[in-house]
Structure formats: C-alpha cells, structure tokens
Ligand binder design. Structure first.
Ligand SMILES: [Ca+2]
Length: 319
C-alpha cells in the first residue's frame, strides 16, 4: 500500500540555497505532495524570484508544479535590500534560458489558505525566504493558523545575525511578518544561522555532485561550488538546504531544544532579532509555552549525501 504523501508548500526567494532546497524537495516526491511554490520578494525582487522558480522547475522537469504570485514588498516597513551575495540574477553565475512556464494569477496567500482548508492539520509549509506571504495568509484568513500543521523555516539567529549584528536576513527583511508568524500558534521548526554555519559542503562533495553529469547536478554543483570557492576551505554554507533536509529526514538534525521565540520590531540596533527564551529545565523559564523547535547541530556527512542523492534522483528521472 502506498503511504499517504505529506502535503507541503515551498515558500522561497531563490536564491542559490533556495534552488538546492527546491531540488531536494522535488526529489523527495515519494514522501511529499509538493502542492505549489510561492516566491516572495527577498534575496531578489519578486519578479526575479518568480522567474527563478519557473526556471528551476523547468530544469528539473517538474513544470506541472504551479508557482503563485507572492508579496512584492514587506508588510509594513520599507523594502529592505539585501547584500548582493546571490549574484545579479539570484542564481550566482548560472545562466539558464528564460522560462516558458508562467506564474499563476492566484496570490500565494489565497493558495495557501485553499490548501489549508483542503488538508486541515496536515499542510506543512517550508519557508526559506521572508515570511510576508505566510503572514498575509494569517492576516487575511483568521482560521488559517488553526489549520496548518507545521512551518519549517530557514531564518532567525539566537546568537547574532548576518544582515545586522542582531538579525538574520529572512527575519530582518520583514520582521513584522516574522513576528506574526512566530505568534501564530503554529508549531515552528527553526533552522537558524547557528546550524547553517555547521552544514558545510566541501570541494570534494561539489566534485562528486558535478560528476553525476546531468543538468540538475551540473547546476547544483556550480551554485554550491561558487560558494565553496569563497569559503576559504571551510566548505559552502547552504542555509535553505538544511531546512529541506530537516523536512526530508529529521534525523540529520542531532540537537534541538524548545524555546519561546519573539521578534524585535521596535527598530534600533536589535530590529529583526529573534530572541529565544529557553523553556523547561532548571535555569530556564518554566512559565512559558515554547512556540519553536530550534535546531542546533546536524550530521554534516548525511546532509551532503542527501544533496547528492537528490540531484542524482532528479537527473535519473530526466533520462
Ligand atoms: Ca532563501
């Protein structure tokens, strides 16, 4: 008997690491029913993240998966422009043809709500860009949060940010949206910056992925390889791919804890910081209910193997 697949939406801003995360989710088609891709303004402008989503789905031969029209700016704040670490197009130095595939007319938040109603208490969201689409669904549809099973995010940082000293990019880019999401009551699994810097992809792994030889593997190897070259031998960091890895095989994550996370939206130096309160245990707050599972450590070898296997599977499917 075929096991029931987990319904999931991929919310993203591709983005080099978003691209690899998407490949991983597409390859896990025995486990997931990937209902749709919801790009958002983030690493690049919305039109570019939408275009990149279509390009990547075409490359992987998964054009049947719809892409929905997302938010082109943050909920309240001015658009916050990121550092240019994903290259001019968001996909590093990778050059691919313009897509034939087009974006659906439906908005991402309306699609998310429809799917939450269709799969009550089953729908999972993997969110690896700013959380504007998700927060919009929460604001527009008051019962949305009660219907979603879980949100796995790449975002946040407990011990210091990357965009600012306090804030990680995805949260900083739309801190109000992040705050609404963390306070929604939906269980959140957080792949924060701390674990991202643990997941390192070496030059050896890049060569192995490249040697698979298919179109997906070649692109993945180039995307990861460009990061690896600049890592001074430490290995490429690919944050969003760790969030996808958690979805596919949570055993890759070796240490977690439960915390109550709040987002600072007051402005000033700590704007966009995710402040965690540890729950349970002797020295931790005992009177707060955790809203977030924070992932702290991972099995790096298993993580790299999963990226390799995912690329290989997609290329095998293309043959
Ligand atoms: Ca991203």
């Amino acid at each position: 008997m075929e096991l029931k697949k987990r319904p999931v939406i991929f919310d993203c801003d591709p983005g080099v690491d978003d691209a690899v995360a998407l490949f991983m989710m597409l390859a896990a088609d025995d486990q997931f029913d990937l209902l749709g891709v919801c790009p958002v303004d983030g690493n690049k402008s919305l039109w570019q993240t939408e275009k990149n989503s279509c390009i990547l789905l075409e490359l992987a031969g998964k054009t049947e998966i719809p892409v929905f029209h997302g938010a082109d700016k943050a909920l309240i704040a001015e658009r916050r422009v990121p550092e240019n670490i994903h290259g001019a197009t968001g996909l590093g130095g990778v050059v691919l043809p313009d897509p034939v595939k087009t974006v659906e007319k439906k908005y991402a938040w309306d699609f998310m709500y429809e799917m939450a109603k269709k799969y009550p208490h089953e729908l999972e969201i993997l969110a690896v860009g700013p959380y504007t689409n998700i927060a919009t669904a929460m604001l527009k549809y008051p019962d949305f949060s009660s219907l979603v099973k879980k949100i796995v995010i790449m975002g946040g940082a407990i011990t210091g940010g990357n965009q600012t000293a306090a804030a990680e990019f995805n949260v900083w880019a739309d801190a109000w949206a992040a705050r609404i999401m963390f306070q929604s009551g939906i269980p959140i699994v957080m792949i924060g910056l701390e674990i991202c810097f643990e997941g390192r992809i070496s030059g050896e792994w890049v060569k192995k992925i490249d040697s698979i030889g298919g179109p997906v593997s070649k692109v993945a190897a180039q995307l990861i390889g460009e990061r690896e070259v600049h890592s001074k031998g430490k290995g490429a960091v690919l944050c969003d791919a760790i969030a996808a890895a958690y979805m596919i095989d949570p055993s890759i994550i070796t240490v977690t804890d439960e915390e109550y996370v709040e987002v600072d939206v007051r402005g000033g130096y700590s704007y966009g910081a995710t402040v965690g309160k540890r729950c349970g245990g002797m020295y931790y707050a005992s009177n707060v209910i955790p809203n977030t599972t924070i992932c702290w450590h991972l099995d790096d070898e298993k993580f790299c193997q999963l990226i390799y296997d995912s690329c290989k599977k997609l290329d095998d499917q293309l043959q």
